[in-house]
Design a protein around this ligand. Sequence first.
Ligand code: ZN
Length: 181
Amino acid sequence: MEYPLLGTEPLVVEFANTWYDDGAVDYLATPELVRGWFQAYGDLHTVDVDRVPARDATRVRELRDHIHRVLSAVADGEHPGPDAIAALNDCAALAYSSVQLSWPTGGQPAAATDSATSGTTRLLAALASEAIELAAGERRIGRCEGPGCRMLFVRMHGRRRFCHASCSQRGRQARYYRRTH
Ligand SMILES: [Zn+2]
């Protein structure tokens, strides 16, 4: 499977872009695709990513839908609606960890960090947190103007209009075609 990974974008933007062309292709449609996508992202950036068990694929896809809605709303200057916002907040809230005191009778006191979350929950909480910070942050989110491409990207400079040089090239060709026909 060839995934639409740009390689230039933060994890959460690449994640949102798996809902490709507003759902014309869903690159996370099956548990195998979900696993393959995180693997492909990890390979591209040489980072270790948690394996997502098949039973968690639906949760991953649901959060992706909400993240896509929120980041698209930022890019398009619209409001994502309360459901997507609540879903991101609920998911990000699961990221919390706390320090816990253990002191067995006759033993020594010890502090341990107790993370309430593990595995997929931790991964989704991190993605939701990243989406929130991106949506509310200084960096602007753009949408590719390439023909047949609606990929989201972070605008590092005000002029960026395309997700990738290949889309810019196709955009030029389309303009040339319109001018000459
Ligand atoms: Zn594009």
